[in-house]
Write a protein that binds this ligand. Structure first.
Ligand SMILES: *[C@@H]1O[C@H](CO)[C@@H](O)[C@H](O)[C@H]1NC(C)=O
Ligand SMILES: *[C@@H]1O[C@H](CO)[C@@H](O)[C@H](O)[C@H]1NC(C)=O
Length: 367
């Protein structure tokens, strides 16, 4: 090889080498950091269609905050430093009413803390949270953000609702809770919310833990179902604990033995119990079983129907302040709603109506 040829070859390679160096520089300074930083944005963006990528990224990141619509301006310290009070405790975690302070403005939120020992694998959790975080419906509590801490603790961030939960509303002596219009409006909203979970999503979500304490009310008595799909975030042991509590409070369908077997018909059963609660103002199970006979609301209503004890089917104050003609119309509607609720509580799952059927009947009753 002549000297001049070697010379040409070297000079010819220099631009290539420089270009390669420049490309490497840009790769390390811009591409890599962006990819890491975008974990949160990626998981939060609605267009994300590649769950595998998020999952593998999340296992590398020990502390992470995933924000959804409505939680976009949240930061980890906002949530962890928020002063809060405990309003609910369960075997798998704690519910807090907390005050977020952002830009000197206070706002109330609900924080649900899940104990690390109770949670399903991070892979399952992330996939469920990404589905639940996108759900928006006028009768469903939206998930605003999801936080995973360094020890595997998890926090779910929800908005706070003024009037608290339905269980409290039914029993706090509020005269509004004994008005037919309010009972109807609340029942209708609950059914609409459940209908969306059962039939309105690409991937159906079974609520799994429907009860009056999991239904929140705003100042207009609009109901919002909360904690739907929460059972999917729990490991099997914690799921069974949740089911045990649901059974002890009277919402569990009788045939249901394993939390993982919940389906549409078991949700419909719980729905029936909640509507009976609204109509009677009574708890599904007597919290102070002083009576010789055990009290279970669906059974009591069923036998009252058989015995034609109409007066036992709803709260007597529902018909006060009405003239006799109004009373007839109101009682007819009330009895139809009792009938619908008790059909939802059929001991046999195949006899319970589909949510669409419940909605159709409910519309008919409201006419
Ligand atoms: C429901 O409301 C009652 C009364 O305020 C409260 O004590 C309870 O903690 C609430 N439960 C939940 C789960 O929000
Ligand atoms: C729903 O679950 C219950 C209890 O596990 C079961 O008996 C019933 O057959 C299931 N129904 C459907 C439609 O899967």
């Amino acid at each position: 090889m002549k000297h001049s040829e070697l010379f040409k070859l070297i000079f010819g390679l220099i631009p290539v080498a420089v270009l390669a160096l420049i490309l490497l520089f840009f790769f390390f300074t811009f591409y890599l950091p962006r990819r890491r930083k975008s974990n949160v944005e990626l998981a939060a963006s609605e267009s994300t269609t590649d769950p595998d990528r998020i999952e593998s990224d999340c296992e590398l990141v020990h502390e992470d905050l995933v924000c959804f619509q409505g939680g976009g301006d949240l930061h980890i310290p906002d949530i962890l430093d928020a002063p809060g009070e405990v309003i609910g405790k369960s075997s798998y975690g704690t519910l807090y009413k907390a005050t977020l302070i952002r830009d000197h403005v206070d706002s109330l939120v609900l924080l649900r803390f899940l104990r690390p020992a109770c949670s399903a694998s991070i892979k399952e959790v992330i996939s469920v949270v990404n589905a639940v975080g996108l759900i928006r419906h006028p009768n469903l509590v939206p998930l605003h953000a999801f936080y995973v801490g360094p020890r595997g603790e998890k926090l779910l961030v929800y908005p706070f609702y003024n009037r608290g939960n339905l269980s409290e509303f039914i029993r706090d002596g509020n005269a509004e809770s004994l008005k037919w219009e309010i009972i109807y409006k609340i029942s209708y909203g609950i059914v609409k919310g459940l209908d969306h979970l059962h039939t309105g999503l690409n991937r159906q979500i079974i609520h799994g833990n429907l009860k009056s304490k999991n239904i929140l009310l705003d100042s207009n008595y609009q109901p919002y179902l909360s904690d739907y799909g929460l059972h999917l975030l729990l490991n099997p042991t914690a799921g069974q604990e949740m089911l045990k509590t649901s059974a002890a409070q009277g919402y569990k369908a009788p045939e249901l033995i394993k939390m993982k077997d919940v389906n549409e018909t078991t949700d419909i059963y719980s729905l029936g119990v909640v509507v009976l609660e609204l109509l009677t103002g009574k708890e599904p199970i007597d919290p102070n079983p002083s009576h010789s006979r055990e009290f279970y609301l669906p059974d009591v209503i069923r036998s009252a129907i058989l015995d034609h004890q109409i007066g036992d089917l709803y709260h007597p104050d529902l018909l006060t302040d009405l003239n006799s003609e109004q009373k007839l119309i109101a009682e007819d509607r009330i009895l139809k709603l009792v009938q619908l609720a008790i059909t939802c509580c059929s001991p046999s799952p195949s006899l319970r109506p589909h949510i669409k059927e419940v909605l159709r009947k409910l519309k008919e009753i409201g006419k």
